[in-house]
Design a protein around this ligand. Structure first.
Ligand code: AQP
Length: 334
């Protein structure tokens, strides 16, 4: 059976972008068609300035929201990265496989390091080595497929390179994974700046819809979304990115292959479109918010899911990582 690994970083509250771009597919497709592992990658949240209590809270919230969105522990494995030591163990071996040049070429590193420096902060070494830890996340589970957004494809390419290099040098150890992109990739843009991704680690603001936003907050954010000065509703991502984003969100919320181009033809004013987008988003998030509230009231259930998930993940990863330790020449513990 195909093995899938996907992660979500507790660097902020989950957004509509996470939901439409990733989580919904995990729930509706991936957990049914494959042996899927979903991981709250908390170690990755430490690569930039962070508040320990907030990371802890967000990790719990992310796991709870993934369950609320419909991940079913009977069908998939949900766990927290730091609960499984094999990620960090394997990461070191892969640091011994990668080169510093490879790391410095990563586009995301360049962008994030520049951002940290602009803020007057220093750049943590872990920001540079982040893609190696991500490679360890993936390779520890003999993963076949990694569903990712386009911003992560370079990191999956690096993972493949490291797996191939390791296998050539030390004998076959790792499955070489491939990145997969959803057929209709929903890339949700910031409602106030439609040229930027709606990212959860961005400063909170009216351009980001969070999964736990109240209905009236969602409505306000959507109604205030930046569009442009045109009058007609057309789908043109290049010239009218704000409008295109709203049409894409509407299509993604409606599901069933709804086409933003066709939807554009149904509207003659921005106001009517925004109102329908707001309703569609509120409806899409309603069941998630409701289930989240139920799960928060049942912390023992969430604990149990994470405990069982980590136990299964450990059982899968340990033999792979032990094999890698042996392959590079480390003396087995007695
Ligand atoms: N706006 C988005 N539209 C579509 N998909 C998105 N994803 C994130 N934002 C959007 C997808 O959600 C999955 C988990 O994302 P992540 O935790 O790796 O990254 P993030 O939510 O993008 O977090 P940050 O901290 O805001 O991002 P960076 O690290 O870029 O600063 C992924 O499958 C992602 O594609």
């Amino acid at each position: 059976m195909t093995r899938i690994f996907s992660g979500i970083k507790p660097s902020g509250h989950l957004t509509l972008g996470n939901h439409l771009g990733a989580v919904r597919r995990w729930v509706e497709v991936d957990q049914h068609r494959a042996d899927a592992l979903f991981c709250v990658v908390d170690l990755h949240a430490l690569t930039v300035e962070h508040d320990p209590a907030r990371v802890r809270r967000l990790s719990r919230q992310a796991a709870t929201l993934l369950l609320a969105a419909g991940l079913d522990p009977e069908r998939c494995t949900l766990f927290v990265q730091s609960h499984v030591d094999e990620h960090a163990r394997l990461s070191y071996l892969l640091e011994c496989t990668a080169t510093d040049g490879e790391m410095r070429r990563m586009i995301q590193y360049k962008e994030k390091a520049a951002r940290e420096r602009e803020r007057g902060g220093s750049v943590r070494l872990s920001l540079l080595t982040y893609p190696v830890l991500m490679a360890a996340d993936i390779l520890a589970y003999e993963t076949d497929e990694v569903p990712v957004g386009e911003d992560q494809t370079q990191h999956v390419e690096l993972t493949r390179d490291l797996a191939v290099r390791f296998n050539q040098r030390y004998g076959h150890t790792f499955t070489v994974p491939r990145a997969t992109a959803p057929a209709v990739a929903a890339r949700v843009m910031n409602l106030q700046d439609p040229t930027a991704k709606m990212g959860k680690s961005d400063d909170a603001g009216p351009g980001i819809v969070y999964l736990l936003d109240e209905a009236d907050v969602v409505r306000k954010k959507v109604m205030r979304a930046v569009t442009d000065s045109g009058q007609d509703v057309v789908y043109d991502p290049q010239e009218r990115p704000g409008l295109a984003n709203l049409l894409e969100v509407l299509a993604a919320c409606r599901g069933g292959g709804a086409d933003p181009q066709v939807l554009a033809g149904e509207y003659s004013s921005y106001g009517a479109l925004k109102s329908d987008v707001a309703d569609a988003v509120v409806e899409a998030l309603r069941p998630v918010r409701k289930r989240h509230a139920e799960l928060v009231a049942d912390p023992a259930y969430v604990d149990g899911v994470l405990r069982d998930g980590a136990a299964r993940a450990r059982a899968l990863a340990r033999p792979v990582v032990d094999r890698a330790y042996g392959a590079v020449g480390l003396l087995p513990a007695v």
